[in-house]
Design a protein around this ligand. Structure first.
Ligand code: SAH
Length: 393
């Protein structure tokens, strides 16, 4: 029997606008204390049904799964996953030979708050950000098998670092279905090793796919610096785009290994590429190569709102260095993946950097997350990736 949570009077307004979160301050009482991860029925102060969702401890008390009164079972999950797959097919990233990796489920953006699923060829990598999704993982795995059929060989569950620490679930990463024979997946015809075992996030940053394609068109004949390269997505596209040389930089030695392996996979024995394990600021300060195409894709500088001011300063400092060093006629691809920094704040930080360097700068493109990382229109908080492509005179 599902427990019912009653809202304080008038606190149902945001839910009537389909916002998928209920904050703890809106809760009047629950008819019986649930355990974290339980599915609860949410009612207004008069007892009228409003939604069903996962109960959690913290400032968000419930993440809504559905605004319809229905059972949350395997068929619920498979309906949601089927819609998500249909969306990916219709935007042209799923069901293709030259692109076998994409994000299938992007949390609230796919009406599945707390759940991320990335597809890498025959393997799905699943990540729970809430105890509720963790509790439901085997049902979700079952639904994934139903939706994909034989084309899915393995499901890797990777939630060791994403589940709330306080829930002390002691969850370890591992396969919850099958095993994968290969860790190579294809993005726009380029091959990549995906390190879901140890890599960041689910093993690859699928969210830069479209931006990498755009970069490919700018690469011809240029000296490219891919700063914060991680697995080297941008580097490999720059190689295909006939860059003159490509340098990849990351402070992590592991990333340097990954980028070298991915370049070798696509362009064996091509000496246009070199990778360096070095701190970004140090490298930018000391570099002597005349780069005329620079990519800056740093990790999130602000994980929370209270770190905002420092984060903005960090973006300004980093971009100012790039403006100072880039060749005349150079192109800068600069990004922020901090959810706490909105696109106007980011643009202002980059504008300040341009002004400090006194260069003439034109905005050529304004970039964002791709269509397989959709934003639920009722949950604008889902917007996180933004970028600018700039021409530096
Ligand atoms: N551009 C990548 C994703 C970048 S993730 C892609 O398309 O896949 C951010 C990367 O920045 C990580 O690999 C991390 O190791 C690296 N990093 C973090 N701090 C750094 C620093 N100070 N200098 C250089 N690299 C850094």
């Amino acid at each position: 029997m599902m427990k019912t949570l009653y809202l304080k009077k008038g606190k149902e307004d945001s839910l009537k606008r389909f916002h998928p979160w209920i904050f703890s301050g809106a809760v009047h009482h629950i008819d019986c204390e649930p355990e974290e991860g339980d599915i609860v029925r949410v009612a207004d102060s008069d007892g009228n049904f409003i939604a069903c969702g996962h109960w959690q401890i913290g400032s968000i008390a419930v993440r809504v799964l559905t605004f319809e009164e229905r059972e949350i079972d395997v068929s619920f999950w498979s309906e949601r996953l089927q819609v998500a797959l249909d969306v990916r097919r219709s935007i042209g990233v799923a069901g293709r030979e030259n692109n076998t990796m994409f994000r299938l489920v992007h949390g609230e953006g796919d009406n599945l708050p707390g759940l991320i699923i990335d597809i890498y060829g025959e393997t799905a990598v699943m990540q729970a950000h809430s105890v509720g999704m963790h509790v439901c993982r085997m049902q979700i795995a079952e639904a994934l098998k139903q939706v994909f059929g034989d084309s899915l060989k393995a499901i890797y569950y990777k939630s060791e670092t994403t589940l709330p620490f306080k829930a002390s679930l002691g969850q370890e990463n591992g396969f919850i279905y099958g095993k994968s024979d290969t860790n190579v997946a294809v993005e726009n015809g380029l091959k990549f090793h995906i390190d879901w075992l140890k890599g960041q996030k689910t093993g690859f940053f699928v969210d830069q796919r479209d931006n990498r394609s755009l970069l490919e068109h700018y690469a011809y004949g240029r000296n490219v610096l891919n700063m914060f390269c991680y697995t080297g997505g941008f580097s490999v596209y720059a190689m295909r785009g006939e860059a003159k040389l490509v340098h990849s930089v990351d402070s992590s030695a592991k990333a340097v290994e990954l980028v070298n392996a991915n370049v070798a996979l696509n362009f064996p024995d091509d000496n246009r590429h070199e990778a360096f394990a070095e701190d970004a600021f140090k490298y930018l300060e000391q570099m002597t190569t005349p780069y005329d195409l620079i990519i800056l894709d740093p990790p999130a500088f602000a994980k929370h709102k209270d770190a905002l001011k420092n984060a903005l300063r960090g973006y300004t400092k980093l971009n100012a260095k790039a403006f100072e060093k880039i060749q005349p006629g150079g192109v800068l691809f600069t990004f922020s993946c901090s959810q706490a920094v909105d696109k106007d704040q980011f643009r202002r930080a980059v504008f300040t950097a341009a002004a400090i360097s006194r260069r003439k700068v034109r905005i050529l493109h304004q970039l964002h997350q791709p269509a397989d990382h959709p934003i639920n229109i009722y949950h604008p908080e889902g917007e996180y990736l933004k970028g600018l492509v700039l021409y530096v005179e």
